[in-house]
Design a protein around this ligand. Structure first.
Ligand SMILES: Nc1ncnc2c1ncn2[C@@H]1O[C@H](COP(=O)(O)OP(=O)(O)O)[C@@H](O)[C@H]1O
Ligand SMILES: [Mg+2]
Length: 314
Protein backbone atom coordinates (compact mmCIF):
# COMPACT_ATOMS: atom_id res chain seq x y z
CA UNK A 1 0.00 0.00 0.00
CA UNK A 2 1.53 3.36 -0.97
CA UNK A 3 2.10 5.89 1.78
CA UNK A 4 0.04 9.08 1.83
CA UNK A 5 1.83 10.70 4.77
CA UNK A 6 5.13 9.86 6.36
CA UNK A 7 7.07 11.74 8.99
CA UNK A 8 10.54 11.11 10.32
CA UNK A 9 11.40 12.66 13.66
CA UNK A 10 9.28 15.67 12.79
CA UNK A 11 9.81 18.27 15.50
CA UNK A 12 8.54 21.77 16.21
CA UNK A 13 10.26 23.73 18.93
CA UNK A 14 9.00 26.99 20.36
CA UNK A 15 11.06 29.23 22.56
CA UNK A 16 9.45 30.03 25.87
CA UNK A 17 10.48 32.34 28.70
CA UNK A 18 11.92 29.40 30.62
CA UNK A 19 13.77 27.86 27.66
CA UNK A 20 12.26 25.93 24.78
CA UNK A 21 9.61 23.30 24.36
CA UNK A 22 9.00 20.68 21.67
CA UNK A 23 5.30 21.03 20.93
CA UNK A 24 5.80 18.27 18.33
CA UNK A 25 8.51 15.92 19.49
CA UNK A 26 10.19 13.50 17.07
CA UNK A 27 6.96 12.44 15.44
CA UNK A 28 7.10 9.25 13.38
CA UNK A 29 3.84 8.33 11.71
CA UNK A 30 2.75 6.69 8.47
CA UNK A 31 -0.64 7.02 6.88
CA UNK A 32 -1.55 4.65 4.08
CA UNK A 33 -3.42 5.77 1.00
CA UNK A 34 -7.17 5.28 1.20
CA UNK A 35 -7.48 5.19 4.97
CA UNK A 36 -9.09 7.45 7.54
CA UNK A 37 -6.42 8.29 10.06
CA UNK A 38 -7.32 9.67 13.48
CA UNK A 39 -4.80 11.97 15.08
CA UNK A 40 -5.89 12.17 18.69
CA UNK A 41 -4.74 14.04 21.72
CA UNK A 42 -5.83 16.39 24.46
CA UNK A 43 -5.95 20.14 23.84
CA UNK A 44 -2.46 21.46 23.31
CA UNK A 45 -1.03 18.04 22.37
CA UNK A 46 0.38 19.41 19.12
CA UNK A 47 -2.19 18.24 16.58
CA UNK A 48 -2.69 21.54 14.78
CA UNK A 49 1.05 22.28 14.91
CA UNK A 50 1.67 18.95 13.15
CA UNK A 51 -0.94 19.62 10.46
CA UNK A 52 0.55 23.05 9.80
CA UNK A 53 3.98 21.53 9.23
CA UNK A 54 2.54 18.86 6.93
CA UNK A 55 0.81 21.56 4.90
CA UNK A 56 3.94 23.67 4.69
CA UNK A 57 2.25 26.53 6.60
CA UNK A 58 4.94 26.30 9.28
CA UNK A 59 8.45 24.91 9.10
CA UNK A 60 9.73 21.98 11.15
CA UNK A 61 12.53 22.75 13.61
CA UNK A 62 13.96 19.36 12.67
CA UNK A 63 12.93 16.16 10.97
CA UNK A 64 11.19 15.57 7.67
CA UNK A 65 7.80 14.78 6.20
CA UNK A 66 6.48 13.46 2.90
CA UNK A 67 3.03 13.69 1.38
CA UNK A 68 2.14 11.31 -1.44
CA UNK A 69 5.78 10.38 -1.74
CA UNK A 70 7.02 13.95 -2.21
CA UNK A 71 8.77 16.04 0.37
CA UNK A 72 6.54 18.64 2.03
CA UNK A 73 6.77 21.94 0.20
CA UNK A 74 6.65 20.37 -3.26
CA UNK A 75 4.20 22.57 -5.18
CA UNK A 76 2.85 19.69 -7.23
CA UNK A 77 1.28 18.01 -4.21
CA UNK A 78 -0.51 21.17 -3.13
CA UNK A 79 -2.94 20.74 -5.96
CA UNK A 80 -3.84 17.30 -4.68
CA UNK A 81 -4.42 18.07 -1.04
CA UNK A 82 -6.81 20.20 0.92
CA UNK A 83 -7.33 21.43 4.42
CA UNK A 84 -10.31 22.27 6.59
CA UNK A 85 -8.99 24.36 9.47
CA UNK A 86 -10.14 24.08 13.04
CA UNK A 87 -12.17 27.27 12.90
CA UNK A 88 -12.87 28.04 9.27
CA UNK A 89 -13.55 31.71 8.78
CA UNK A 90 -16.12 32.76 6.22
CA UNK A 91 -17.60 36.09 5.31
CA UNK A 92 -20.93 36.08 7.07
CA UNK A 93 -22.73 37.96 4.31
CA UNK A 94 -21.75 35.54 1.55
CA UNK A 95 -24.07 32.72 0.54
CA UNK A 96 -22.99 29.09 0.47
CA UNK A 97 -23.00 29.18 -3.32
CA UNK A 98 -20.91 32.37 -3.40
CA UNK A 99 -18.35 30.86 -1.05
CA UNK A 100 -17.88 27.83 -3.28
CA UNK A 101 -17.66 30.02 -6.39
CA UNK A 102 -15.16 32.29 -4.70
CA UNK A 103 -12.85 29.43 -3.75
CA UNK A 104 -13.32 27.70 -7.10
CA UNK A 105 -12.08 30.91 -8.71
CA UNK A 106 -8.99 30.80 -6.48
CA UNK A 107 -8.35 27.31 -7.82
CA UNK A 108 -8.58 28.70 -11.37
CA UNK A 109 -11.62 26.65 -12.21
CA UNK A 110 -13.39 28.18 -15.25
CA UNK A 111 -16.87 29.81 -14.92
CA UNK A 112 -18.96 27.00 -16.42
CA UNK A 113 -17.23 24.23 -14.51
CA UNK A 114 -17.29 26.41 -11.41
CA UNK A 115 -21.08 26.64 -11.34
CA UNK A 116 -21.52 22.94 -12.05
CA UNK A 117 -19.04 22.01 -9.37
CA UNK A 118 -20.56 24.29 -6.75
CA UNK A 119 -24.02 22.87 -7.43
CA UNK A 120 -22.78 19.28 -7.25
CA UNK A 121 -20.91 19.90 -4.03
CA UNK A 122 -23.84 21.67 -2.37
CA UNK A 123 -25.86 18.59 -3.19
CA UNK A 124 -23.18 16.28 -1.86
CA UNK A 125 -23.14 17.97 1.54
CA UNK A 126 -26.94 18.19 1.69
CA UNK A 127 -27.10 21.94 1.24
CA UNK A 128 -28.72 21.93 -2.19
CA UNK A 129 -31.68 23.96 -0.97
CA UNK A 130 -29.56 26.25 1.22
CA UNK A 131 -27.12 27.55 -1.39
CA UNK A 132 -28.76 30.98 -1.50
CA UNK A 133 -28.71 31.49 2.27
CA UNK A 134 -25.91 33.52 3.80
CA UNK A 135 -23.40 31.96 6.16
CA UNK A 136 -24.89 34.01 8.99
CA UNK A 137 -28.10 32.00 8.50
CA UNK A 138 -26.24 28.68 8.64
CA UNK A 139 -26.09 26.54 11.76
CA UNK A 140 -22.66 25.43 12.95
CA UNK A 141 -23.20 22.03 11.34
CA UNK A 142 -24.13 23.65 8.02
CA UNK A 143 -21.04 25.86 8.18
CA UNK A 144 -18.91 22.79 8.74
CA UNK A 145 -20.56 21.09 5.76
CA UNK A 146 -19.93 24.06 3.48
CA UNK A 147 -16.34 23.85 4.73
CA UNK A 148 -16.17 20.23 3.64
CA UNK A 149 -17.68 21.14 0.26
CA UNK A 150 -15.04 23.82 -0.13
CA UNK A 151 -12.29 21.36 0.77
CA UNK A 152 -13.48 19.08 -2.04
CA UNK A 153 -13.38 21.74 -4.77
CA UNK A 154 -9.96 20.73 -6.05
CA UNK A 155 -10.75 16.97 -6.03
CA UNK A 156 -8.08 16.31 -3.42
CA UNK A 157 -6.68 12.83 -2.92
CA UNK A 158 -5.57 13.72 0.59
CA UNK A 159 -7.62 15.80 3.05
CA UNK A 160 -6.64 17.27 6.38
CA UNK A 161 -9.60 17.95 8.67
CA UNK A 162 -8.73 19.68 11.92
CA UNK A 163 -11.38 18.90 14.58
CA UNK A 164 -14.15 18.55 12.00
CA UNK A 165 -16.90 17.72 14.50
CA UNK A 166 -15.93 19.85 17.50
CA UNK A 167 -18.90 21.63 19.05
CA UNK A 168 -21.53 20.14 16.74
CA UNK A 169 -24.85 18.63 17.78
CA UNK A 170 -25.34 14.84 17.49
CA UNK A 171 -27.14 14.99 14.13
CA UNK A 172 -24.37 17.13 12.65
CA UNK A 173 -21.81 14.61 13.95
CA UNK A 174 -23.54 11.86 12.00
CA UNK A 175 -23.72 14.00 8.84
CA UNK A 176 -20.03 14.85 8.97
CA UNK A 177 -19.07 11.25 9.73
CA UNK A 178 -21.09 10.02 6.76
CA UNK A 179 -19.42 12.54 4.47
CA UNK A 180 -15.97 11.48 5.65
CA UNK A 181 -16.80 7.80 5.08
CA UNK A 182 -18.03 8.72 1.60
CA UNK A 183 -14.67 10.38 0.91
CA UNK A 184 -12.89 7.18 1.83
CA UNK A 185 -15.23 5.18 -0.39
CA UNK A 186 -14.15 7.48 -3.22
CA UNK A 187 -10.56 6.48 -2.53
CA UNK A 188 -9.41 9.59 -0.73
CA UNK A 189 -7.11 9.57 2.27
CA UNK A 190 -8.45 11.52 5.24
CA UNK A 191 -6.32 12.74 8.12
CA UNK A 192 -8.51 13.89 11.01
CA UNK A 193 -7.36 15.52 14.18
CA UNK A 194 -9.92 15.15 16.91
CA UNK A 195 -10.69 14.56 20.50
CA UNK A 196 -14.23 13.45 19.69
CA UNK A 197 -13.47 9.84 20.48
CA UNK A 198 -16.80 8.33 19.52
CA UNK A 199 -16.50 9.80 16.02
CA UNK A 200 -12.98 8.52 15.68
CA UNK A 201 -13.94 5.10 16.97
CA UNK A 202 -16.66 4.80 14.38
CA UNK A 203 -14.81 5.86 11.26
CA UNK A 204 -11.03 5.67 11.62
CA UNK A 205 -8.95 2.78 10.35
CA UNK A 206 -5.84 3.74 12.23
CA UNK A 207 -5.04 6.18 15.00
CA UNK A 208 -2.19 7.81 16.85
CA UNK A 209 -2.56 9.23 20.34
CA UNK A 210 -0.47 12.30 20.87
CA UNK A 211 0.38 13.79 24.26
CA UNK A 212 2.65 16.77 24.84
CA UNK A 213 3.99 16.40 21.30
CA UNK A 214 4.85 12.71 21.60
CA UNK A 215 3.07 9.75 20.03
CA UNK A 216 2.19 7.50 22.94
CA UNK A 217 0.19 4.90 21.06
CA UNK A 218 -0.44 4.13 17.40
CA UNK A 219 -1.83 1.39 15.26
CA UNK A 220 -4.88 -0.07 13.63
CA UNK A 221 -7.92 0.70 15.72
CA UNK A 222 -9.02 -2.94 15.59
CA UNK A 223 -5.70 -4.08 17.05
CA UNK A 224 -5.54 -1.37 19.70
CA UNK A 225 -9.05 -2.10 20.95
CA UNK A 226 -8.62 -5.86 20.94
CA UNK A 227 -8.14 -7.58 24.26
CA UNK A 228 -11.24 -6.09 25.73
CA UNK A 229 -13.78 -7.93 27.80
CA UNK A 230 -16.43 -10.59 27.35
CA UNK A 231 -19.89 -10.40 28.73
CA UNK A 232 -21.75 -13.61 29.53
CA UNK A 233 -25.40 -13.61 30.51
CA UNK A 234 -26.98 -16.60 32.24
CA UNK A 235 -30.12 -17.62 34.07
CA UNK A 236 -30.97 -20.17 36.71
CA UNK A 237 -27.57 -20.27 38.40
CA UNK A 238 -28.13 -21.13 42.08
CA UNK A 239 -26.88 -18.47 44.51
CA UNK A 240 -24.40 -20.92 46.00
CA UNK A 241 -22.59 -21.28 42.65
CA UNK A 242 -22.32 -17.54 41.90
CA UNK A 243 -19.36 -16.86 44.19
CA UNK A 244 -17.18 -19.41 42.43
CA UNK A 245 -17.52 -17.34 39.22
CA UNK A 246 -15.97 -14.28 40.89
CA UNK A 247 -12.29 -14.72 40.10
CA UNK A 248 -9.64 -12.04 39.46
CA UNK A 249 -10.91 -9.09 37.44
CA UNK A 250 -14.36 -10.64 36.97
CA UNK A 251 -17.45 -8.64 37.86
CA UNK A 252 -20.62 -10.63 38.43
CA UNK A 253 -23.91 -8.83 38.90
CA UNK A 254 -27.39 -10.20 39.44
CA UNK A 255 -30.32 -8.52 37.70
CA UNK A 256 -33.44 -10.19 39.07
CA UNK A 257 -32.11 -13.69 38.53
CA UNK A 258 -30.22 -12.90 35.36
CA UNK A 259 -26.47 -13.01 35.91
CA UNK A 260 -24.18 -10.73 33.98
CA UNK A 261 -20.57 -11.83 34.06
CA UNK A 262 -18.12 -9.20 32.86
CA UNK A 263 -14.70 -10.81 32.45
CA UNK A 264 -11.38 -9.88 30.84
CA UNK A 265 -10.85 -11.44 27.42
CA UNK A 266 -7.86 -13.33 28.79
CA UNK A 267 -10.14 -15.30 31.13
CA UNK A 268 -11.81 -16.96 28.13
CA UNK A 269 -15.43 -18.02 28.18
CA UNK A 270 -15.11 -21.84 28.40
CA UNK A 271 -14.58 -22.01 32.16
CA UNK A 272 -17.61 -19.82 32.82
CA UNK A 273 -19.86 -21.75 30.44
CA UNK A 274 -18.87 -25.06 32.05
CA UNK A 275 -19.43 -23.71 35.56
CA UNK A 276 -22.84 -22.28 34.65
CA UNK A 277 -24.02 -25.53 33.07
CA UNK A 278 -22.59 -27.74 35.82
CA UNK A 279 -24.50 -25.67 38.37
CA UNK A 280 -27.69 -26.24 36.38
CA UNK A 281 -27.85 -22.75 34.87
CA UNK A 282 -28.59 -21.70 31.28
CA UNK A 283 -26.33 -19.53 29.13
CA UNK A 284 -28.24 -16.76 27.35
CA UNK A 285 -25.51 -14.92 25.50
CA UNK A 286 -21.76 -14.52 25.13
CA UNK A 287 -20.75 -11.12 23.77
CA UNK A 288 -17.16 -10.08 23.12
CA UNK A 289 -16.74 -6.39 23.89
CA UNK A 290 -13.99 -4.34 22.32
CA UNK A 291 -12.14 -2.00 24.59
CA UNK A 292 -13.55 1.46 24.19
CA UNK A 293 -11.36 4.06 22.59
CA UNK A 294 -12.15 6.36 25.48
CA UNK A 295 -10.62 3.87 27.92
CA UNK A 296 -7.52 3.46 25.77
CA UNK A 297 -7.21 7.23 25.42
CA UNK A 298 -7.54 7.92 29.14
CA UNK A 299 -5.16 5.05 30.01
CA UNK A 300 -2.59 6.27 27.50
CA UNK A 301 -2.68 9.92 28.48
CA UNK A 302 -2.71 9.15 32.22
CA UNK A 303 0.28 6.81 31.90
CA UNK A 304 2.18 9.39 29.83
CA UNK A 305 1.38 12.17 32.31
CA UNK A 306 2.68 10.08 35.22
CA UNK A 307 5.84 9.21 33.28
CA UNK A 308 6.47 12.88 32.52
CA UNK A 309 5.99 13.75 36.22
CA UNK A 310 8.56 11.13 37.22
CA UNK A 311 11.00 12.39 34.58
CA UNK A 312 10.55 15.98 35.76
CA UNK A 313 11.11 14.98 39.40
CA UNK A 314 14.52 13.55 38.56
N1 LIG B 1 3.16 30.15 17.68
C1 LIG B 1 3.29 29.51 18.86
N2 LIG B 1 4.20 29.91 19.77
C2 LIG B 1 4.35 29.26 20.95
N3 LIG B 1 3.63 28.18 21.30
C3 LIG B 1 2.70 27.74 20.44
C4 LIG B 1 2.48 28.38 19.17
N4 LIG B 1 1.49 27.70 18.52
C5 LIG B 1 1.12 26.70 19.36
N5 LIG B 1 1.84 26.72 20.50
C6 LIG B 1 1.72 25.76 21.63
O1 LIG B 1 1.94 24.47 21.11
C7 LIG B 1 1.17 23.52 21.81
C8 LIG B 1 0.39 22.68 20.83
O2 LIG B 1 -0.61 23.45 20.23
P1 LIG B 1 -1.57 22.88 19.10
O3 LIG B 1 -0.75 22.25 18.05
O4 LIG B 1 -2.48 23.96 18.70
O5 LIG B 1 -2.36 21.75 19.93
P2 LIG B 1 -3.70 20.96 19.57
O6 LIG B 1 -4.08 21.29 18.17
O7 LIG B 1 -3.35 19.53 19.79
O8 LIG B 1 -4.72 21.43 20.57
C9 LIG B 1 0.30 24.30 22.76
O9 LIG B 1 0.86 24.23 24.05
C10 LIG B 1 0.34 25.70 22.22
O10 LIG B 1 0.18 26.64 23.25
MG1 LIG C 1 -5.76 22.12 17.43
Amino acid sequence: MPTAIKTENLTKTYRTRSGSVNVVDNLNIEVEEGEIYGFLGPNGAGKTSTIKMLLGISYPSSGQAWLLGKEVGDMEIHRKISYLPEKPYYYEHMTGMEILNFYAKLFNIGPAERAAKATALLEKVNLASDGAKTISQYSKGMQQRIGLAQSLLNDPVLLFLDEPTAGLDPIAHVEIRDLILQMRDEGKTVFISSHELSDVERICDRVAILNKGKVEQQGKLDDLLKGGRIEIQAEGVPDGAVDSLRTDGVIVSNHGGRLIIDAPDSAGSDGFLDAIRTAGGRVISVIPRRKRLEDLFVETVTRATERIKREDAR
